[in-house]
Every structure is written in structure tokens, then in C-alpha cells.
Design a protein around this ligand. Structure first.
Ligand code: ASP
Ligand code: MG
Length: 409
């Protein structure tokens, strides 16, 4: 007997036909005594469509964060009920649970909630009754019982955290790609599928835009030490296991992967006084709105006037709120102005191998320069290097950098 948590993303349950196929696959693969918990996302692009609807009421609906959660949690409720009906139509015992019914408790940060605790008694009771338990991903509830969503892609985190709370034997993430690749296989033809990747590297790749897993889910996996198997909904091939350490010899690539993110925007606050506390006043105002700031550069603009420019990036979805916050801060600071650039993208390389290998950054910059691609902002972490470039050059950049570190043949 095994207790298995399986998560199916939006593209895996995009149509009723696909929902039926998911149910059939689970029933076929389920051992007689296995206990199965299925976490599902909203069907196809439902979440985007719901956001679109809200946009028609107000151009920045994320101001109304609680109501956004009330709206967005409906997407997953549609898929849990339909998937449960699919199981029942196949003669299986099954029950659907919202995040709240499954005991997923979050903080009260609407639209970007974090799971504080899971009390999975109801899930365990339903499994004991012989049910397949279908849980709505991406959602939990706060102390008041209000619905809270976990940020885009949050169903991954629901699944991994549930696997941890249930002490599951395995956690499988089913998606429309066959695993984790050295670059997005839709952009780079010869991207390599990895058999394994460490939490540390996967977290960095996810944070830098590899859309397959929500970064927080990898963090939770590491925290609870749950190996995560990322694999395809549409084939039976083994995918990629995310775990603490490599168990197999992998070829000695210094770089694990090339990640990219075009959902970023650049904000420049021009001509702010070069005094202590200025960065604090801008970034604490952003933090108050739970806005993550990514690449940050401060440069001397004019030594005589003792003013400087602050340049940083935020996620595109945070741009309108960030702009309101920054406009106000810039006004208070008597800054010269605020510039916004939306047509920027970030390309990054990731790998623990770069720790002991000098010259990696130079190879990345060299590859970009050969292609005539200008680098706007650079940032680094211990195991990654990122460059901000024009979004129109993104595909080319990902390909040439991948070619540099993973030459064909
Ligand atoms: N439906 C949510 C989203 O599109 C959560 C998820 O798919 O994981 O972000
Ligand atoms: Mg996803």
C-alpha cells in the first residue's frame, strides 16, 4: 500500500475529455490498496480568463485582493467537481475537497498567501473510507475562513505541502512537458531532459522563470524533504526527480540550465537624493504591498548634485501597484521622475558547478555580445547569473547561451 499525491496542472485538465483521461489513467495505475490524493489546477486558461473579467471591472483589480481570491478560487472548484464526477462515472469512490475542507491553513496575504499549517484529518478520513480524494490546488483559508490563493502556479505548492503533511510515499507533478529541461524545450530545440535536479538548483531555476514549478513548492519540498517527480500527463515516460542530492552520475556540465522570464518590468527612479535611508523608503513601501523586487542597481547620476538613479525589476503582474507606490515615494523624495520599461526580459544561467569555475559569466556575456544583444542590467546569486535584455531578443538569447554551455552533439 502506498499513499500517493498526484497533481495535474491546467493544461492536463483543459477539457472534459482530458479530465476523463486523467481519471482513467489514475484508476489504471492505482494499486488495489493504494491511497490516492489528486490535486488539480483550474481548467486550461481559466485563471487568466477570470483575471480578464476582473480587469473589465477595474484596470487594477489586484487592489481588491480578497475579492480576487473569492473569484480565482472558483477555477479550481470547477475542476475538482468535474474530476470527481469522472471518477464516479468510472465506478470509483471519490470525493472533492476545497483547500479549506482539506485543512490547508494560510496567512491572510490575499493572492500571495503562504501555507502556515495543514490539518489533513478530513483527507485521511476520506481515504480511510476508500475514497480517491480530489483537492483544489492553489487555495487555502485564513483564520477567518476566507479563501486565500497561493500565487500563480500555486497548485504545485498545495500538492507538495499536502504530500508532506500526509507523509505520502510519493509526490508526482503531472504537466504538459516531460520533465525539467536545460531550457524551455518550446524555445530550444535540443534542450536536455534531466533525470534529477537538486532542490537548490531547481529553486533557482524556478525563481528565474522556468515555469514548470512554482518556486515556493520547491522550497516546501526541500523543507519537508519530499522528492518531487515532475512528469508528463500524456506519456508514461519517467520525468525528472527533484531531490536533495544527485544519486546518479550526471555529465559534468557546470551549468544546469538556462531560464528565462519575460513577465518582468523595469522601473527606474531618476535623480533621488544620494542619502542614507532613500533605498529603504522606496523598498519598504513596496514590501508593504508584498511586492517582490528583483534586480536592483543604484548608480551615481550626478556627483555634483549628489543624486542617484535607482533601477530595479518587478513581476509584470505587480507593475501597476508598484508604479502607484513608486510614484508616491518619488514625489515624497523630490526625485526627477520615474521611468517604466515593459519590453524587457531576463535570461539566466543556473548551476552549482559555477561555484568553482571562473569565467562562466564571461562566456555568457561573450555569447550575448557575439549576437549583438545589449545587456541592460546584470545580477548574480551564488549559483546564477542573470541579464536583463530587450524582450524581442529573448528567444535568440536563450538559444545562443544554451548553445554555449550545452553544445550540440
Ligand atoms: N490556476 C492557478 C494558476 O493558473 C494555479 C495553478 O495552476 O497552479 O496560476
Ligand atoms: Mg504550473
Amino acid at each position: 500500500m502506498a499513499l500517493i499525491v498526484k497533481k495535474f496542472g491546467g493544461s492536463s485538465v483543459g477539457t472534459t475529455e482530458k479530465i476523463m483521461n486523467v481519471a482513467k489513467r489514475i484508476v489504471n495505475e492505482k494499486g488495489k490498496d493504494d491511497k490516492v490524493v489528486v490535486v488539480v489546477s483550474a481548467m486550461g486558461n481559466t485563471t487568466d480568463e477570470l483575471i480578464e473579467l476582473a480587469n473589465k471591472i477595474d484596470s487594477n483589480p489586484y487592489k481588491y485582493t480578497r475579492e480576487m481570491d473569492m473569484l480565482l478560487t472558483t477555477g479550481e472548484q470547477v475542476s475538482i467537481s468535474l474530476l470527481t464526477m469522472a471518477f464516479k462515472s468510472l465506478g470509483e469512490k471519490a470525493v472533492s475537497l476545497t483547500g479549506s475542507l482539506a485543512g490547508i491553513k494560510t496567512n491572510a496575504v490575499h493572492t500571495k498567501g503562504k501555507i502556515l499549517d495543514i490539518k489533513p484529518q478530513r483527507v485521511l478520513d476520506e481515504l480511510d473510507k476508500g475514497n480517491i480524494v480530489i483537492v483544489a490546488g492553489f487555495q487555502g483559508c485564513d483564520q477567518l475562513g476566507d479563501p486565500v490563493t497561493l500565487g500563480r502556479g500555486g497548485s504545485d505548492t498545495s500538492a507538495v505541502a499536502l504530500a508532506g503533511a500526509l507523509h505520502a510515499d510519493s509526490c508526482e507533478i503531472y504537466t504538459d512537458v516531460e520533465g525539467i529541461y536545460s531550457a524551455d524545450p518550446r524555445i530550444v530545440k535540443n534542450a536536455r531532459k534531466m533525470k534529477e535536479i537538486t532542490y537548490y538548483e531547481m529553486l533557482e531555476m524556478a525563481r528565474l522563470g522556468s515555469g514548470v514549478m512554482q518556486p515556493r513548492s520547491v522550497e516546501v519540498g526541500q523543507l519537508m524533504n519530499i522528492p518531487i517527480h515532475v512528469r508528463s500527463t500524456f506519456t508514461n515516460k519517467p520525468g525528472t526527480i527533484i531531490r536533495e542530492e544527485y544519486t546518479m552520475e550526471e555529465k559534468g556540465f557546470v551549468i544546469r540550465g538556462v531560464s528565462h522570464d519575460d513577465k518582468v518590468a523595469k522601473i527606474a527612479v531618476l535623480g533621488v537624493p544620494n542619502n542614507p535611508g532613500i533605498a529603504y523608503s522606496i523598498f519598504s513601501a513596496l514590501a508593504e504591498k508584498s511586492i517582490d523586487v528583483d534586480m536592483i542597481v543604484q548608480s551615481i547620476r550626478n556627483i555634483e548634485k549628489n543624486v542617484t538613479d535607482m533601477v530595479f525589476t518587478v513581476a509584470s503582474e505587480d507593475l501597476s501597484t508598484a508604479k502607484e507606490v513608486v510614484d508616491k515615494a518619488a514625489g515624497d523624495l523630490n526625485a526627477i521622475g520615474v521611468l517604466i520599461e515593459k519590453d524587457v526580459a531576463k535570461v539566466s544561467i543556473v548551476g552549482v558547478g559555477m561555484l568553482g569555475s571562473p569565467g562562466i559569466a564571461a562566456r555568457m556575456f561573450g555569447a550575448l555580445s557575439k549576437a549583438g544583444i545589449n545587456i541592460d542590467v546584470i545580477s548574480t546569486s551564488e549559483i546564477s547569473i542573470s541579464c536583463l535584455i530587450k524582450s524581442s531578443s529573448l528567444k535568440e538569447a536563450v538559444n545562443i547561451i544554451h548553445n554555449e554551455f550545452f553544445p550540440e552533439g
